[in-house]
Design a protein. Structure first.
Length: 367
């Protein structure tokens, strides 16, 4: 039976459905949920909503022109790579994951995830148009860049494998091997976990290093907003993976997780080595104050250990401490200037309306 955009089963209880491969979705309701954490992540993403135009790049234009050639190379190469990654993420989650989702709260979280990735892509365009006299040349050379094109292959492969098999499942579920389809879904989710939690971080560190030097501060601020959003997307992939391991009670998926454990470790290590090679490439023409190829290699291993531990894998690298501790305030800030007149505070992003106010609460209040 083919999929439908509205399940008309009057007895459907979405709270008893699995995250994926359950009955087709019905009403988008958020009053009762199987996993409220996905709705919380949606609300946080919406609460963090921002637009790149809120950040002035007037000073950044002059800063860029004053950079040494090797610094321009580092900044531009990272900007092109970030644009490629978020071009993938701006369409990947909805294209690859939504056809299989069977919980309204997870559907809403993934749609919001994709939407926020589009903001990121627009942000890179905003930076490029403001800093470069010929922005079209920057965009045109992204796919032509051999280093970026090669890295794009590893980023997109699991997505493409899942999408291809998913089309067959959408047309006729009976003709698809569910073990293989679930395996492709799991590996695609792990790949996204690696993308959101590891593949951005060498370029993030470089962007923040310029900010620490009081150079390209507007661009660094925009990248810090993007990093904050990516932490939400990382949390989503972590939650999905850990739900499969702890709560979903899907024996077939548990077998897949066990069967692919070596492959997952290999995926992580390949990403680590790719990020290290990228750091080496960035610094091939010269260095910048506060960063070095060696420090970035250590930073990649430290970050990979944290990501692996968060999905119940044993950390595989020796680097236990953060070699770039100054990046923490860029990556972990919960209070950022989101508009000229307002600082966003996390406590009011969620649950902004208090519903338990008593009738006599303001009895002593006088105008």
């Amino acid at each position: 039976m083919a999929k439908t955009v509205l399940n008309k089963d009057k007895n459907l209880d979405a709270t008893k459905q699995p995250m994926f491969f359950g009955d087709d979705l019905q009403i988008q309701r958020y009053d009762t949920m199987k996993y409220p954490v996905f709705d919380k992540l949606t609300q946080q993403q919406l609460g963090y909503f921002w637009r790149p135009e809120e950040v002035s790049l007037q000073k950044d234009r002059n800063d860029y022109l004053e950079l040494r050639d090797e610094q321009k190379f580092i900044f531009t190469s990272n900007l092109k790579y970030q644009t490629m990654l978020d071009s993938v993420q701006g369409r990947g989650p909805c294209l690859a994951f939504l056809p299989f989702v069977s919980l309204p709260e997870l559907e809403g979280a993934i749609i919001t995830w994709d939407f926020m990735e589009t903001i990121h892509s627009r942000s890179y365009t905003y930076i490029i148009k403001n800093l470069y006299s010929q922005p079209g040349e920057v965009f045109d050379t992204i796919i032509q860049d051999e280093k970026i094109e090669k890295r794009a292959e590893s980023v997109t492969k699991t997505y493409d494998d899942l999408i291809k098999m998913g089309y067959q499942w959408t047309l006729d579920k009976s003709k698809v091997d569910m073990y293989e389809l679930k395996k492709k879904l799991y590996l695609a989710m792990v790949s996204v976990n690696i993308l959101e939690g590891l593949r951005f971080y060498v370029s993030f560190a470089c962007s923040f290093a310029f900010g620490e030097l009081k150079k390209l501060e507007g661009s660094a601020k925009i990248i810090s907003f993007i990093a904050r959003d990516e932490s939400q997307h990382l949390a989503m992939s972590q939650r999905i993976i850990n739900n499969w391991k702890d709560y979903e009670k899907d024996n077939e998926m548990l077998k897949i997780i066990k069967d692919t454990e070596k492959e997952v470790y290999k995926m992580y290590d390949e990403a680590v080595q790719e990020e290290k090679r990228w750091a080496t490439y960035l610094f091939s023409k010269g260095s910048m104050i506060g960063l070095s190829e060696k420090l970035l290699h250590q930073f990649v291993e430290y970050t990979a250990n944290r990501r692996m531990k968060s999905i119940q894998l044993t950390p595989a690298y020796d680097q236990k401490s953060n070699p770039l501790p100054w990046t923490d305030h860029w990556l972990n800030s919960r209070s950022t200037q989101n508009a000229p007149q307002e600082t966003e505070i996390e406590s009011y992003v969620i649950g902004g309306i208090k519903q338990d106010v008593k009738k006599d609460q303001f009895k002593a209040f006088k105008l």
